[in-house]
Design a protein around this ligand. Structure first.
Ligand SMILES: Nc1nc2c(ncn2[C@@H]2O[C@H](COP(=O)(O)OP(=O)(O)OP(=O)(O)O)[C@@H](O)[C@H]2O)c(=O)[nH]1
Ligand SMILES: [Mg+2]
Length: 348
């Protein structure tokens, strides 16, 4: 009996033993491999395979396996090319707007987008130390004082594959936040992401007015966040980022993980939206400062009235206004431009 068992072991097919022996594959790799098997769509498979290729140990023992992964990837990409854009993926990238504005987080793999979303909004998005964790857009609501703003975590931008629908998501949103990993050449990451925005026909700017619209192009404000500022050497990365881009974009060092500078992030994101808050009041009563009326910068009394009720704008005779360094309760006409924090009493 013993002998038979022993013989069985010796005769164990050589190929099987070779497959398990020399590669020293990590548990994360095996997990990624399982993910490829579970993936139902071709693009999911590609993403999972990208993870495997990124984390596979690179030594002689895995050379053959790496070759196999590469050709498998090539086949999948070919398959994807042959198909028309899938309706379902497009649908996933349609995120219903909520709150005072919609802002997309964009970044290369592992930069900390999901960590930021999970820390700064009421939503949570899976965080992991391997790339391509996020597979679809995940929205969350961020509070800034008395305003709610929608942030959207997205799958990472990869150099050779962008999901259909991604560009629509960005073009339809109000602004973009680039989340950069300060540990890994943030200037280069920014250049890659700006190039991607260019390909999507997004004309970006930092502070100041949006560029004039051109046929087929949309203008968006962009904020740069240098993430992982808690790590060693990160501030060197930040200084390089700031030196290169601070004249064009607002740039902040943050740590999503250690919750550093996140209050400043909230304010900068609010600033990106080019909106202002005013408060309406009823004669003889105090305004409700928890319920701002949100308007585009440059709006007039007329728009305040319209936002309260569609008939108010046509029936409006005058308004009284507090704030903006004016006399308290000064009478103004419908063309009067309002400012952040004004309190307005509408008279019909
Ligand atoms: N030290 C440090 N680590 C961070 C910080 N933010 C994120 N990380 C880590 O970086 C890794 C990636 O974080 P994620 O939030 O999943 O990054 P992501 O950009 O969403 O990644 P993908 O979805 O794969 O593109 C995780 O191990 C996080 O714990 C940070 O501020 N400091
Ligand atoms: Mg993520």
């Amino acid at each position: 009996m013993m002998l038979v068992k022993f013989r069985g072991l010796i005769n164990f097919p050589k190929r099987t033993i070779l497959n398990v022996m020399p590669a020293n594959l990590t548990p994360q790799y095996l997990e990624a491999e399982a993910k490829v098997k579970q993936s139902k769509t071709v693009s999911e498979k590609i993403k999972a395979l990208e993870v495997m290729m990124a984390i596979i140990p690179k030594h002689k023992g895995t050379e053959h396996l790496r070759g196999q992964l590469k050709s498998r990837m090539a086949k999948l990409k070919e398959e994807l090319q042959k198909r028309p854009a899938v309706g379902k993926a497009e649908f996933l990238y349609n995120v219903k707007r909520e709150g005072a504005g919609q802002v997309v987080l964009l970044g290369l793999p592992n930069s900390g987008k999901s960590s930021l979303l999970s820390q700064i909004t009421h939503a949570s998005s899976e965080v992991a130390d391997y790339p391509f964790t996020t597979q679809r857009p995940i929205p969350g609501m961020m509070d800034f004082e008395n305003v709610q703003i929608q942030l959207i975590d997205t799958p990472p931008v990869s150099l050779d594959h962008v999901e259909p629908g991604f560009s629509n998501l960005i073009r339809n949103a109000d602004a973009t936040v680039l989340v950069l990993n300060l540990q890994e050449d943030p200037v280069f990451q920014t250049e890659v992401l700006l190039e991607e925005l260019n390909r999507m026909k997004v004309k970006f700017t930092g502070r100041g007015a949006l560029p004039p619209e051109e046929e087929g192009w949309v203008g968006k404000k962009v904020l740069l966040l240098g993430n992982k500022c808690d790590t060693k050497g990160a501030m060197d990365g930040f200084r390089a980022l700031e030196a290169r881009f601070k004249d064009v974009f607002p740039v902040l060092p943050i740590s999503a993980k250690e919750q550093m500078n996140l209050e400043a992030v909230r304010r900068e994101i609010y600033e990106l939206l080019d909106i202002l808050r005013v408060y309406t009041k009823i004669p003889g009563k105090e305004p409700d400062l928890r319920e701002p009326v949100i308007l585009k910068k440059g709006s007039r009394i007329e728009e305040v009235a319209l936002s309260v009720h569609k008939d108010f704008a046509s029936q409006l005779k005058y308004a009284r206004i507090w704030g903006s360094g004016k006399f308290g309760g000064q009478m103004v006409k419908r063309e009067h431009r309002v400012n952040e924090g004004d309190v307005i009493e509408l008279h019909l």
